[in-house]
Design a protein. Structure first.
Length: 558
């Protein structure tokens, strides 16, 4: 390619889109309609200024690029086709820890369940449910019928169910019972019912993504996390509500509710999984997070939500929103439950090239003396309505013999880097925008996907790449900032952690931390090192055993 062509293509800024040139979305303008004046108008969207000579030089290149766009648009690029590049949370030369021994099959054994706790059956922990199943105190089929009944009974209030998988569930439950009778134990989740956020494909059932344009969509394969849970003996009872295309708690069936206050939405986008878990409609659930979609509904509904390290869990068969930010993780009643589920779903399947094999050495209850704990002092100093709860969390940690050291996070424009998500989401749903079927989505406001997808088309390719370069600096400085601790605590929405760690890929767990005067739960968050979920969940478990807030549940009676 000649030097002249190189310069023309550079100056054209590959992202000058049809919309930037005044073309209605879904219909490309004929190249002859593009003039130097058109480029002058586009400069305002790009924050740049070219000379008249540069604009004249760009004209042919811009017209050629419009043809390039049209040619690529002619290819069938489904949501399941990733870009030919991917993000890694690990620096070049770094390796994930290997050589683990996971929870093993004994975790669910030997637990005594008191008569009082048996009356609270829908809200028992996975260890307690596993003990009952193995002792013959209940069968998986009976447990499955109980949860299916609760899903049917309470969904009219919570609007948390998209599709019941009743036939599949009962067949799985009967198989689980027969295997246990024959002495085949698949592990801690064997026979326990669970619910999937309806971004996960399940063969034989609709996968709606919570969005009207896809309400009849069927993806005839099982997502990898569904397959892994099948292998673990878990029983899928429902596909649960998701805010449309993974934003918020509004889907085409309504607004998913917070079981602690039915006047509130459950937040999102893992709206159904958090609501159903809190209300005792499932034993546990699987959610997804790109920018808070596990953390936010878990804190709202008073459950324990784990967003694992980016690359820890395969996303094969899950809706893609942002290839470099999407993550899958468990929503449960306790940190220990999250550990048991994480062990079942982690690891590679060969279909998601971002998955990194790494150990998860969960030992259950641990002394904290060997875990270095920190706290984000700046975030704790911020004013908030829940500040009293945040301060109590520090007091509870210190009562465990922990002396948390100060962590100072890097001062970088992390919120501005979220254009990475906007650009990738606009690409993931390019066809929806160009077909104008985005008009079918329930929410048509500024802070909703239809508008973000359209505006995302105007993000210059150069600026997307620059944001990713800034992201690399964030990775480096964040890792340096937390290098002296294994886990640090912070207010759930305090400081920059929520956004920063969704960009860097670090794991976080959120858990209930008291109850406000109106009866709704407050929360606290812990963040760990990359692939450091063992330490992270050990601290969270010790905190929960000290405080006991996770044992409270809303009034959805058995």
């Amino acid at each position: 390619m000649s030097t002249q062509v190189d310069r023309r293509r550079f100056l054209a800024l590959l992202s000058v889109s049809a919309a930037a040139l005044g073309v209605p979305l879904g219909r490309a303008q004929e190249p002859e309609g593009i003039s130097a004046e058109t480029i002058t108008s586009a400069e305002k969207l790009l924050g740049l200024r070219f000379t008249a000579d540069e604009r004249d030089l760009m004209l042919n290149t811009v017209k050629e690029q419009l043809g390039n766009y049209e040619a690529v648009r002619g290819l069938p690029l489904g949501n399941d086709v990733p870009p030919a590049l991917h993000f890694s949370p690990l620096f070049p030369g770094a390796a994930a820890p290997l050589g683990d021994r996971g929870p093993g099959t004994e975790v669910g054994n030997g637990v005594t369940v008191s008569p009082e706790r048996r009356r609270q059956l829908p809200f028992l922990s996975l260890r307690e449910l596993g003990s009952l199943l193995r002792s013959g105190g209940i069968t998986s089929e009976a447990l499955t019928r109980m949860y299916l009944g609760r899903l049917k009974r309470f969904d009219s209030q919570l609007e948390c169910v998209i599709t019941l998988t009743e036939a599949r569930a009962l067949a799985q439950a009967r198989r689980a019972d027969e295997e246990l009778r024959q002495g085949k134990d698949r592990g801690p989740l064997h026979g326990i019912p669970w619910g999937a956020k309806d971004l996960l494909a399940v063969k034989g059932y609709k996968t709606t993504w919570g969005a009207a344009p896809y309400r009849d969509q069927r993806i005839e394969r099982d997502a990898e996390v569904v397959r892994k849970l099948d292998e673990a003996g878990a029983v899928l009872v429902a596909k649960l509500a998701v805010g449309a295309l993974a934003w918020g708690d509004v889907w085409y069936g309504g607004v998913t509710k917070n079981p602690w206050n039915l006047e509130q939405g459950s937040s999102g986008s893992s709206a159904g999984p958090a609501s159903a878990t809190a209300a005792g409609l499932v034993g546990f659930s699987i959610g997804t997070e790109t920018l808070g979609s596990i953390i936010s509904p878990s804190q709202r509904c008073g459950v324990t939500g784990l967003r694992p390290t980016y690359g820890r869990v395969s996303r094969e068969g899950a809706m893609a929103l942002s290839w470099s930010m999407d993550k899958l993780g468990p929503i449960c009643r306790s940190a220990e439950d999250c550990a048991l589920v994480l062990d079942a779903i982690r690891g590679s399947d060969g279909g998601d090239e971002t998955v990194i094999e790494a150990d998860f050495d969960w030992e259950g209850r641990r002394e904290l003396k060997d875990i270095r704990v920190g706290y984000d002092a700046a975030a704790f100093a911020e004013e908030s309505d829940d500040k009293q709860f945040d301060q109590r969390a520090l007091t509870a940690l210190r009562s465990l013999g922990v002396s948390p050291r100060t962590v100072r996070l890097p001062d970088l424009p992390v919120g501005d880097m979220v254009i990475i998500l906007s650009a990738e989401a606009a690409a993931a749903f390019d066809e929806l925008t160009r077909s104008n079927r985005d008009d079918e989505l329930t929410r048509q406001i500024e802070n909703a996907w239809p508008n973000v997808f359209r505006a995302g088309r105007l993000i210059p390719a150069v600026e997307y790449i620059q944001a990713n370069r800034a992201r690399r600096i964030l990775q480096q400085r964040f890792e340096a900032a937390v290098s002296q601790v294994d886990v640090y605590v912070h207010p759930t929405y305090g400081g920059s952690t929520l956004v920063a760690t969704n960009l860097t890929g670090h794991p976080s767990v959120v858990l209930p931390n008291g109850f406000r005067d109106d009866g709704t739960p407050a929360s606290i968050c812990f963040t760990g090192r990359l692939f450091g979920e063992s330490d992270l969940l050990a601290v969270a478990q010790a905190f929960q055993e000290k405080t006991g807030w996770h044992r409270r549940y809303p009034d959805f009676p058995a």
